[in-house]
Design a protein around this ligand. Sequence first.
Ligand code: CA
Ligand code: CA
Length: 134
Amino acid sequence: MTRKWTRGGAFTLDGVHPGYTAQAFVANHVLGELNISLGLSAPLYDLEMIAQTDPYWDRDGDGWAPGPDYAASGIAALLFLLTDSDDTDSTVGAELPPEVWVQLSRALLSELLGLPEIRLARIIRAYLCFTTSL
Ligand SMILES: [Ca+2]
Ligand SMILES: [Ca+2]
């Protein structure tokens, strides 16, 4: 596990929040201290087992994590662009989609203007229709 951003499992794609394996690692330390200080025998998490399904864990060692399987919203969509599309093949890393500029524009406009995605899509379509009719 490394502390590099999206490079090995300690943090989620935002580089701030701990990934699943890192959360379990911290929990194990807390549980270990509780076990010692209170005389408990609470079981610890199996870090290797958690890492096997952790979407922030780089399994093929190419430096990119696959990321979670849910859709991102808002500014987080930008972070989801930098994920490993095939975490079993180290020759395939993060690939920007062909519509990357549209996605970037939508995420930034949505964040800056505070507009919901569906309303923003209508505004962009109207703008595109207007500019192509000129
Ligand atoms: Ca990878
Ligand atoms: Ca890969």
